[in-house]
Design a protein around this ligand. Structure first.
Ligand code: PLP
Ligand code: ZN
Length: 398
């Protein structure tokens, strides 16, 4: 009985990210009908919940935070052991560049090799709970693989639409999970257009980034985890590779929820959040620096960090809010710099990270050099994936 109490979901309702209109959290939802914007899940955070009661510490996955996740019936959980990834110190790189406290949370160790596992485990669990029989997704690679795996595990039909230039490993893995794969000339926004055609009748649930409310909830568990792993003392600066932005928005949401629950020290400062993008596709940087009004007409180019090739993220306003509220920054890193970062993380720390993770490291280096990060600050890098599937992008360049 005690485990039942600890994991009973506090889910209350959803709200429109733009106008805050409430929506039911107990029926199948997509984007808000008022503003066609993301729906965000709200929990009852006023009823006291201690860390001891709210965290199921015997569960070594993101599901240890089930009380603050949206699944109502545990039997609908679709899990491959996602989350509770290691928080590693980077002592050699720290000493070499002059960081006093530099760490990396290694999301490359998730099932299917990226942090997309968290979001898709959650979204597919909710899809199952709400009676969905099949899902469709436009993807730059990792999200499609994760969706295919969790759909297989749940017994749901899976349709994945990815750019033709995506490294072959992503496509192959989808086939092995039994998914239907479509290849499109262009970037993820072109894939999204194909998804609309393929799913014109609407019989599949579109689990595109922020077009259903629950991938965000899976991704937010990174925020709970990093706080718990750091013994509730948050880093000063947190760097994250932003494509669609669910990780950035989700981590910030978790920090706010933990504040409301009283899980963080009352005086705790929240970290300054850094959104790292690829120079070939950096809509957030362009908007934030005033070179465009918003990303809606932005044209991106492919990058070796496939997950960052998102030219027109639906969550742009939410990402900008996070950067404003946290006094953070958006920054672009070139593909050449990512390769340098890959070599350094490999040779100095034994880590084979996705180019997205290498970009984050290079951004930290740059911000230390310019003084935006001070040497005594605690710096946390989010490495979102493993490099294994990106070989075509980097082969021969070590
Ligand atoms: C998808 C992806 C990203 C970007 O994540 P968003 O949640 O879309 O911002 C970063 N890194 C990797 C490895 C990815 O697969
Ligand atoms: Zn609205």
């Amino acid at each position: 009985m005690s485990t039942l109490l600890a994991t009973a979901s506090r889910l209350q309702q959803l709200h429109c990210a733009a106008c805050h209109a409430p929506y039911s959290a107990f029926s199948l939802q997509r984007v808000s009908s008022c503003c066609a914007q993301p729906l965000v899940a709200d929990y009852d955070l006023r009823e006291p919940l201690t860390r001891a009661a709210g965290i199921q510490t015997t569960e070594n996955s993101m599901w240890r935070y089930a009380s603050l996740l949206p699944l109502l019936d545990e039997t609908n959980r679709v899990s491959l052991g996602e989350g509770w990834t290691p928080m590693l110190a980077l002592p050699r790189l720290a000493a070499h560049y002059g960081f006093q406290d530099l760490r990396l949370k290694d999301e490359g160790q998730n099932p299917t090799g990226s942090f997309k596992a968290r979001g898709l485990s959650m979204a597919i669990s909710k899809a199952k709970e709400l009676g969905v029989t099949g899902c469709i997704i436009p993807t730059a690679g990792n999200a499609g693989v994760a969706m295919a795996a969790y759909c297989a595990r749940a017994g749901l039909r899976a349709v994945v639409v990815m750019p033709r230039h995506t490294p072959q490993a992503f496509r192959e893995e989808c086939y092995w999970y039994g998914a239907e794969v479509h290849l499109v000339d262009g970037l993820i926004n072109d894939c999204a257009a194909r998804v609309r055609e393929l799913n014109a009748a609407g019989e599949l649930l579109d689990v595109s980034t922020l077009k259903e409310p629950y991938r965000l909830e899976g991704k937010k568990t990174m925020g709970y985890e990093l706080a718990e792993q750091l013994n509730w003392r948050l880093p000063d600066v947190l760097l994250y590779p932003a494509g669609g932005g669910t990780g950035l928005i989700g981590i910030w949401k978790a920090l706010r929820e933990m504040q409301a629950l009283g899980w963080l020290p009352a005086t705790a400062q929240l970290p300054r959040m850094v959104a790292v993008q690829a120079a070939n596709c950096c809509p957030l940087v362009e908007t934030r620096e005033g070179r465009q009004l918003n990303c809606q007409a932005y044209l991106g180019k492919p990058t070796i960090a496939n997950g960052l090739a998102v030219p027109r993220p639906l969550g742009e306003p939410l990402m900008l809010d996070v950067l404003d509220e946290s006094e953070g920054l958006a920054l672009a890193i070139t593909d050449e710099q990512m390769l340098e970062g890959l070599r350094e993380l490999g040779k100095e720390e034994g880590l084979f990270v996705a180019p997205e993770g290498a970009a984050v490291w290079m951004a930290a280096r740059q911000l230390l050099r310019t003084g935006w990060i001070r040497p005594e600050e605690q710096v946390l890098l989010l490495n979102t994936g493993s490099a294994q599937k990106y070989l075509e992008n980097i082969v021969g360049l070590a």
